[in-house]
Design a protein around this ligand. Structure first.
Ligand code: PLP
Length: 384
């Protein structure tokens, strides 16, 4: 019989009833350490009191009013994101694909008057599942059967400045890059490469767009990953962790980019609703609290050191640690699906990624004890 839930996902046979911090409890009473965090999304873990209470309170007042009216929660969240970033202005939406779609549209809107509309993207990139973001992403399997996708995206290898320079033509409007490719295999864009991208964008008068859907909102131990490279983009897409598990996305832009989005040029029904923005504000309350990001950096160092040790003692299963902050990958020697299954048997939830990489993206609130337990479980993995 055809399933009532569309069969487009391969699902593990686990159903969770509730969570507490970094732990998830199944309906049949087993518990799992959640180092996937709903794909780097449950940034505050599960059942975080400040977040859940804020959502409950706001739900009882007003969930949705439309963008025909002012939304104080959105105004507040936008101002806080502006104050904490390069941006002058924020557009809210509901997902990462929508944020990237908005970023693509903003780059085109700003640059089309100059005859520039093409965007340089990278091999291994993932930007979402809309037609525009499929075109910007590099995964041909994701596009198969869905064509034609929009034209105007040129792909080059990551961390290769010569290839970028060669790809820039008179119609190039900008460059879109993930500071760390999550889906693509936890592949890090080198800091020097991000700096050089900024230089080349300024040189040609084109726009630098960052997809920080996965790396943003504290994941790398700074609010935004671009801070590590000491650069700023012209436009940036956020989602995943920004709502702590509540659907929320955002496009942050400089005034020079954002000023082209005049009334009527772009829109959304749900985007920037009071409930989602209340959730976003609650997440920011936690992530911007003094010492929080510092603690993320400390814990990330602890997790990374433990993973390096696991690779050292178990070269039959693991070959390399990748990533930065609390977005880390273990490149696998044996098929990653076997390792994921072994993790699950140990009571540890992790994520797949391309290039046979096991991806770890724990809640930013994971405790030292949670990390120790995850390392113990990973240290017990024996497959092949
Ligand atoms: C998850 C992800 C997206 C897509 O986000 P959705 O909310 O699934 O649409 C885009 N870019 C990056 C880097 C992501 O990790």
């Amino acid at each position: 019989m055809f399933p009532s839930l569309l069969p487009n996902f391969i699902r593990a046979d686990l159903a969770f009833a509730y969570g507490d911090g970094a732990w998830l409890y199944t309906v049949d009473g087993r518990r799992f350490l959640d180092f996937g965090a709903g794909i780097a999304t449950s940034s505050l873990g599960h059942g975080h009191k400040h977040l859940t209470q804020t959502i409950a309170d706001q739900a009882g007042k007003a969930m949705h009013v439309s963008n025909l009216y002012r939304v104080p929660q959105a105004e507040q969240l936008a101002q806080r994101l502006v104050d904490a970033s390069f941006a002058d202005s924020v557009f809210f939406c509901n997902s990462g694909a929508e944020a990237n779609e908005g970023m693509i549209k903003m780059i085109r809107k700003a640059m089309t008057p100059h005859g520039r509309y093409r965007i340089i993207c990278f091999d291994g990139a993932f930007h979402g599942r809309t037609l525009g973001t499929l075109a910007a992403g590099s995964n041909a399997a994701y596009r198969k059967g869905f064509g034609p996708v929009p034209e105007g995206f040129d792909h080059v290898p990551l961390n290769n400045m010569n290839a970028v320079r060669d790809a820039i033509g008179p119609e190039t409007a900008g460059i879109i890059v993930e500071p760390i490719q999550g889906d693509g295999g936890v592949r890090v864009a080198e800091r020097r490469f991000l700096q050089d991208l900024r230089v080349v964008c300024d040189e040609f008068g084109i726009l630098l767009g960052l997809d920080e859907v996965q790396t943003g909102m504290g994941r790398t131990g700074r609010l935004f990953a671009y801070e590590w490279a000491g650069i700023t983009p012209d436009v940036m897409a956020l989602a995943k962790g920004i709502g702590g598990g509540f659907p929320l996305g955002a496009v942050l832009a400089t005034e020079a980019v954002g000023k082209h989005l005049t009334p009527g040029t772009h829109g959304t029904t749900f985007g920037g609703n009071p409930l989602a923005c209340a959730a976003g504000n609650a997440v920011l309350d936690v992530v911007l609290a003094p010492g929080f990001l510092e603690d993320v950096r400390r814990k990330a160092g602890f997790l990374r050191a433990g993973l390096e040790e696991i690779v050292r003692v178990n070269p039959i299963v693991f070959s390399e640690v990748r990533g930065d902050g609390l977005l880390l990958g273990l490149a696998c020697v044996v098929p990653q699906a076997q390792v994921l299954a072994a993790c699950e048997a140990e009571g540890l939830l992790a994520l797949p990624a391309s290039e046979n990489v096991l991806r770890l993206a724990p809640p930013l609130t994971a405790t030292d004890n949670d990390i120790e337990m995850a390392l113990t479980k990973l240290g017990r993995i024996r497959v092949g």
